[in-house]
Design a protein around this ligand. Sequence first.
Ligand code: ADP
Length: 207
Amino acid sequence: MFITFEGIDGSGKTTQCQLLKNSLESKGFKVFMTREPGGTKIAEAIRNILLHIHEPIEAMTEVFLYCAARNEHLEKIIIPKQAEGYIVISDRFYDSTIAYQGGGRDLGIDKMKEINKLFIEKATPDLTFFIDSSLNTIEKRIENKELDRIEKEGKEFMIKVRQGYLDLIESEKNNRNFMIIEGDLEIREISNIILKRVEGLLENDRG
Ligand code: ADP
């Protein structure tokens, strides 16, 4: 099983990935948690270019770097770990490129779907949580954090990314298994909603 978490920076994805992992492990499941961009040495090196080199980058260069990291991640982690019987939980996957570069950078949702076709065909997530936290809440949560290159893009950009996610979810409502989560709730309230949904999916899988 393959579960992904999406949302704008600071929405609470990493927190919820970790809590879901802990809950599933305590129930006896084998769980592998990973993140994008990253997950392998090469993909982490690409992550470093993307997030920590504070220089303007061509939008399509950015897309291809994310996709290069994703290919490493897919072939070395996502596919093999599922084959070994792990539930794989990824903090971001190709939906991030569709929302950030498609929506945020105005490259277009459809064009980004087309460029990510290889990944979509090989590993569509069984379930994707979109954690929808308000920008005001996020601002308060990350006010003391040192911001990476994408987080520094600011509010206007993040509004477009959020819209990108909503447009993507709408366009995939007959194909994909998305769940939109109210991200301003308490951490524990959110983790309970997420766990319930995942347990439902695991039961369906068994039945
Ligand atoms: P992301 O991975 O989406 O960037 P994080 O999980 O790292 O977000 O969360 C960003 C910050 O907000 C962290 O300090 C985290 O503890 C806090 N946080 C996450 N979810 C909540 C929540 N529901 N309520 C309050 N604070 C939260």
